[in-house]
Write a protein that binds this ligand. Sequence first.
Ligand code: DX5
Ligand code: ZN
Length: 221
Amino acid sequence: MSIILAPSILSANFSCLGEQIAALEQGGADWIHIDVMDGHFVPNLSFGPSILQVVKTHCRLPLDVHLMIANPDSLIPAFIAGGATHITVHFETCPHLYRTLQSIRERECKAGVALNPATPVEDLREVAHLLDLVLVLGNNPGFSGKGWFPEMAAKINRVARLLEQADSAAIIQVDGGMNAQTLPEAYRAGARAFVSGSAIFGHPGGIAEGIRCLRECLITN
Ligand code: DX5
Ligand code: ZN
């Protein structure tokens, strides 16, 4: 079973961020997920584009940037220049979503759109052909460690059906509340990429063990 694991550094120990990023790569992470928050669109603040330099210094993995910010268009060029390989924006922050997705793809970066728990799946239909990634939030965005809304499994399934109808090869990514119990449920619903913060960084056995558990849960469930 081939899945993409993208640990979110929002849950990292910032006093030794470089070491933790190196441990993610050594432990077998596929992408590094970078949660960018502005205190407006979501009630939390995190990183700006300069964080990419820190991450790049300590690993060679793709950089998966999740923009939870108002007016992302003004910052997308800086994130791509900094090395983002994937940029995901939210419907609610992009009045001209077509233009935003086109501008990401024109810069040779993969483009994604995120669905909050209340964002209608149907909104994807008009932009499905412009998407490499559809991110389904597992809970309300803004914080790590807030669990998983079980009704999101049915939502993932609706996204999978819509993408199939639209003949889109976009990958469904789930972000929020993924652990060894919930990940198999999201996988069965159609997700193939998984963001995880607390289940990896908070694993009692350490980062590599957290990654291993998330991969193995699919074999045993
Ligand atoms: C916050 C972020 C998530 C978060 C996931 O909404 O988008 O990436 O860090 O953290 P966990 O896996 O702990 O729910
Ligand atoms: Zn995220």
